[in-house]
Write a protein of this length. Structure first.
Length: 214
């Protein structure tokens, strides 16, 4: 399957913007301990996984350590827990899977320099949001090539910034640990999704969406 994304050139017109603490005082990060039981709320993916924008490589071939965060808890749920659940028609979700998920509330550095993949900045790259952000998982390799190009061509960038595919009210960032000051984030809370109040919050979202619980 192809999304029809062109391959990035060696000198793309990427737009760099800043995300400040005043813009988003608190970020939300959902992580799973199912595949990696030792994962913590501040753990970065060190080259594993298969997402739209990661894994990425540094110029020397080693892995870029990445970390996804959303500007709302609901956005984080949609981008992780419910990422693969169909919405039209509504699919189903195994509530028992909540046992593997946790929600971290984190504060990021005062200023983060980002390559912006928000809609206004895509046309000058010859791209559209449906191609880059809204495409299906089968198209991840094509989208990831643009994230890799952004990382290599913008050496001062510390993250990618974009609008959530699953919840367009939420902002998302994917951080590059090697380019951030240490520690890269401050964890304010770390809560299990299998227990209230977060469990009821997720279930209420599932019911609003008409997703079938199993």
């Amino acid at each position: 399957m192809t999304c029809g994304l062109p391959s990035p050139s060696s000198a793309e017109a990427f737009t760099e913007t800043t995300v400040r603490l005043a813009d988003v005082p608190l970020w939300y990060h959902v992580y799973s301990t199912k595949a990696y039981p030792a994962t913590r709320p501040d753990s970065f993916a060190e080259g594993w996984g298969d997402t739209r924008f990661a894994p990425l490589q540094q110029p020397d071939g080693t892995a870029v350590h990445t970390y996804y965060a959303a500007s709302s808890a609901e956005g984080a749920y949609m981008e992780s827990v419910l990422h693969d659940v169909a919405l039209d028609p509504p699919g189903q979700f195994d509530v028992g899977e909540l046992a593997h998920f946790r929600l971290a509330q984190v504060v990021l550095p005062d200023t983060i320099r980002c390559v912006s993949f928000h809609t206004p900045y895509l046309p000058k790259l010859g791209l559209s949001r449906p191609q880059l952000i809204d495409s299906l998982p089968a198209c991840y390799p094509e989208a990831r090539a643009w994230a890799q190009a952004a990382y290599l061509q913008c050496p001062r960038a510390q993250a990618l910034a974009y609008g959530s595919r699953r919840n367009d009210a939420a902002r998302c960032v994917m951080l590059f640990k090697q380019r951030l000051p240490g520690p890269p984030c401050k964890v304010l809370a770390d809560e299990p999704l299998a227990l209230n109040p977060r469990r009821e919050e997720v279930l209420a979202l599932i019911r609003r969406l008409g997703i079938h619980e199993i």
